[in-house]
Design a protein around this ligand. Structure first.
Ligand SMILES: [Zn+2]
Ligand SMILES: [Zn+2]
Length: 266
């Protein structure tokens, strides 16, 4: 049996606080820090959904529009003593055709890193798997070459039903996927791995294995994150470790915050 211990990252770069409308109210900084320290993590990144663009391009129900509260939160993260390292890294939405849910000049100084995500799939949600696959490919490539992103959140993830996800990904060739991940490596971005990407049916899991194998072959580094919206979600990134070990991943494939900064300098 593979020894998974050397693989276990001590960083989680994707955790929501009570400022995200879709997160639990007890996800306060103090509670999150306490749970993370108990799990043996050394650093966590707080990544609330943000809508700080004066001309929002998407549904804002699950995004925090209270910029004053988000700004105070970043200061609190920086100023207070915590039992482990806390980082600020909003989950910024990338909008199709360019544009973000934040204003880079204004908001970048508040942040340690940017977790760039795409959730606005309403325009293609009823399309055929092949059309959705091409859409995901185009969007993910645009995020891979984006000037502000440090981590690409849940790449190639598409909302449930999960059995459709495998059909969508099967429409993408190894060559298509490798091109996107080569762009991520060249621009120094980490690719995120989240537990729910491996929590669908067998065909989807097979496809996710292919996606991340190709990413690793392209030389990409990874963030193994929980995307926690509840206290008990924290540490759930580890659910992927068995499958990643089977794919040949080692501890060297994951970045901590120092590694993330190093990537950004390359
Ligand atoms: Zn997300
Ligand atoms: Zn998230």
């Amino acid at each position: 049996m593979t020894n998974l211990l050397p693989l276990i990252p001590r960083s989680d770069f994707h955790i929501h606080t009570d400022l995200s409308p879709d997160a639990d109210r007890d996800c306060t900084l103090a509670n999150l820090a306490k749970v993370a320290a108990g799990l043996g993590l050394r650093e966590i990144g707080l990544t609330d959904h943000v809508e700080g663009n004066p001309k929002p391009a998407a549904d804002q129900r699950w995004q925090c529009t209270d910029l004053a509260a988000l700004t105070r939160r970043c200061q609190q993260i920086r100023d207070q003593p915590w039992p482990l390292r806390l980082l600020s890294g909003w989950e910024v939405d990338y909008y199709d055709g360019g544009g973000y849910s934040f204003v880079p000049d204004q908001h970048l100084p508040l942040l340690d890193y940017v977790l760039l995500a795409h959730h606005a799939v309403g325009a293609v949600i009823s399309e055929s798997p092949a059309r959705i696959a091409q859409y995901l490919l185009r969007i993910t490539h645009a995020m891979a070459v984006d000037p502000y992103a440090h981590i690409i959140a849940h790449p190639f993830y598409f909302p449930p039903p999960p059995e459709r996800h495998g059909l969508i990904l099967a429409c993408l060739s190894d060559h298509d996927l490798s091109d996107v991940f080569a762009a991520m490596r060249e621009t120094g971005k980490a690719a995120e791995i989240t537990p729910y990407q491996f929590s669908a049916d067998l065909r989807s899991v097979e496809q996710m294995r292919r996606v991340y194998s190709l990413a690793r072959q392209a030389g990409v580094k990874f963030a193994l994150d929980s995307d926690a919206h509840r206290l008990w979600n924290m540490g759930e990134g580890l659910r992927c470790l068995h499958v990643l070990a089977e794919l040949g991943f080692t501890g060297a494939d994951f970045v901590d915050f120092a590694g993330l900064q190093q990537l950004a300098r390359t």
